[in-house]
Design a protein around this ligand. Structure first.
Ligand SMILES: Cc1ncc(C[n+]2csc(CCOP(=O)(O)OP(=O)(O)O)c2C)c(N)n1
Length: 346
């Protein structure tokens, strides 16, 4: 299957044009910004893995390393006040949605300065300000929630679009079908993005689904679909952008299957023995972060600017780690108002 694989949809039956060979400088600057975001995510997670190994981060830690082009490309197609809902593999989406490396790292460390005041940890990145509606730990459970957010937007006519990310493991779960069914029925402004990274924990897709083309599920609900590889962040931005436009302008949902690959285990405790070293090495050759970097160089982005950009990212990430380490633990008194007397208390 090539990187340009295109699935014809009712809204766009024609094939997609390949990206132009050279781009004007504003496009190069745009690519540089996408690369910067991916590099921040990569470096934040590498530092998180190190801190986890040192026992500074507890609980689960599901890394997004290898999948960065999906979050960064997709969220680049959104407006700032649009909504996003995702799974426990949420650090990349959180940063791409505009959350700071500090807020994410401090949450990972369980500190009071984290986005959820250290109470949520890795799987519960949440930030009302940026429209980041989580971070959800139960596979597929957030898909109806995302449909609900999109319903609210339609009801209020606020023009917002919701992006909902999930893994291919969620597609056989009831919540997926409930969410997609309602979105189709009520014509909700939402894009369902299945990040097909080939494994649900250690189980390959071929052992969980009779039809391996996840996007085909859209046919059963009469909605548009798309399917492509996510090695090039600009491709992701363009293709998700088409679905976002359909949601915003026509209030129609789309199911998009984005083919990707995670370079680390499912979580930090997974040695990933279900795949060969050779398979991993082959996939690393298509690393979306390195690919964007190489493309920038090819497009004439000055080496000095690249060095400056990468230094700034390193400084931002080092600052986030220091911030998390220096921040206080949440005081135990936070448990009472968040459990009994908070805004949701009876
Ligand atoms: C309802 C439910 N069942 C099982 C689990 C345990 N679990 C956590 S992640 C996961 C695999 C999900 O794989 P996938 O949806 O493909 O996402 P990926 O981890 O590959 O990003 C499972 C079974 C869970 N969290 N929720």
């Amino acid at each position: 299957m090539s990187n340009d694989e295109t699935v014809a949809t009712a809204a766009k039956p024609a094939g997609h044009e390949p990206a132009p060979a050279t781009r004007p400088s504003s496009h190069v600057d745009h690519l540089a910004d996408l690369y910067r975001q991916m590099f921040v995510i990569r470096r934040v997670e590498e530092e998180a893995a190190r801190a986890y190994a040192q026992g500074k981060i507890g609980g689960f830690l599901h890394l997004y390393i290898g999948q960065e082009a999906v979050a960064v490309g997709a969220l680049s197609a959104l407006k700032p006040d649009d909504y996003v809902v995702t799974t426990y593999r949420d650090h990349g989406v959180a940063i791409a949605k505009g959350m700071t490396a500090r807020a994410v790292m401090a949450e990972l460390y369980g500190k009071d300065t984290g986005c959820s005041r250290g109470l949520g940890g890795s799987m519960h990145m949440f930030d009302k300000k940026t429209g980041m509606l989580g971070g959800h730990g139960i596979v597929g459970s957030h898909i109806p929630l995302a449909a609900g957010a999109a319903f609210a937007s339609k009801y209020r006519a606020d023009g917002r679009v919701t992006l909902c990310f999930f893994g291919e493991g969620a597609v056989s779960i009831g919540g997926f079908h409930e969410g997609v069914s309602l979105a189709a029925l009520w014509k909700l402004p939402i894009v369902f993005i299945c990040e097909n990274n080939e494994y649900s924990m250690g189980t390959p897709l071929s052992r969980t689904m009779s039809v391996e083309d996840v996007s085909m599920k859209a046919l059963g609900y009469g909605i548009d679909r798309d399917r492509f590889f996510a090695e090039d962040v600009l491709t992701v931005e363009q293709r998700i952008g088409e679905a976002v436009q359909r949601a915003r302008e026509l209030s129609l949902p789309t199911l998009v299957e984005v083919r990707t690959y995670r370079f680390r285990g499912h979580s930090m405790s997974d040695p990933a023995k279900y795949r060969t070293a050779q398979e991993l090495e082959e996939r690393k050759k298509k690393d979306p972060v390195l690919r964007a970097r190489a493309f920038l160089v090819e497009q004439g982005f000055a080496a000095s600017r690249l060095e400056e950009l990468e230094k700034a990212v390193e400084a931002e990430v080092a600052d986030a780690v220091k911030f998390a380490e220096d921040s206080p633990e949440p005081d135990a008194s936070i448990l009472e108002p968040t459990t009994y007397d908070g805004p949701f208390a009876a």
